[in-house]
Ligand binder design. Structure first.
Ligand code: SF4
Length: 147
C-alpha cells in the first residue's frame, strides 16, 4: 500500500471546526493533488458536535472556558484518527495550526486570551509518539515556498 498523508479535514474545507466553518487552504489542496490523503477531524471523531464551544490545552488536559473538561473526547478522537492513519500507512501529517487537537509546535495556553505557548495538540502528540512526522499547515506552505 502506498503512503498516505494525513490532513486535518478542515484544511480541505470540511465544515468541522468549533465554529461550524472549514478552513480550506487552496494552496495545500493544490500541492496534494494526485496524492493519497486521509482527511480526519479528531474532535468530531471523539464525539464532539459541530458547532461546539472552543477549548484549549492546559497541561495534559483540554478545557472549555467554563472549565468543562473535554480531555477524554480529545483522547478518543486522537486514538481513532491515529489508528486510521497507521492503517493507511501514513508517514506524514499536515495539521491545522494552533488547534487543541491538531496544533503542531504552538497551542493556546488555556487562558482564552489568544496567548500562544510551545506545544502540540492532543492528536499531534499521539501521531508523533507513533512515529508519524507532523507539520502544521503554515510550516508546510512556508517549506513549499522555499523549495
Ligand atoms: S480537530 Fe483538527 S481537523 Fe477538526 S476542526 Fe479542529 S483543527 Fe480541524
Amino acid at each position: 500500500m502506498s503512503d498516505s498523508i494525513i490532513i486535518s479535514a478542515c484544511l480541505l474545507g470540511e465544515a468541522c471546526r468549533f465554529d461550524g466553518q472549514g478552513k480550506a487552504r487552496a494552496e495545500i489542496i493544490e500541492l496534494l493533488a494526485g496524492r493519497e490523503v486521509l482527511a480526519v477531524c479528531p474532535e468530531v471523531e471523539g464525539g464532539l458536535p459541530i458547532p461546539r464551544p472552543p477549548a484549549e490545552i492546559k497541561g495534559n488536559s483540554v478545557l472549555r472556558e467554563n472549565g468543562e473538561d473535554v480531555t477524554k473526547a480529545f483522547e478518543m478522537g486522537a486514538e481513532k484518527c491515529t489508528s486510521a492513519g497507521l492503517a493507511a500507512n501514513a508517514s506524514l501529517a499536515i495539521l491545522k495550526s494552533r488547534s487543541p487537537a491538531c496544533g503542531c509546535g504552538q497551542v493556546y495556553d488555556g487562558s482564552f486570551s489568544k496567548t500562544l505557548i510551545s506545544g502540540d495538540g492532543i492528536f499531534t502528540r499521539l501521531l508523533k509518539q507513533k512515529g508519524i512526522e507532523c507539520i502544521s499547515d503554515e510550516q508546510f506552505l512556508a517549506y513549499s515556498d522555499n523549495h
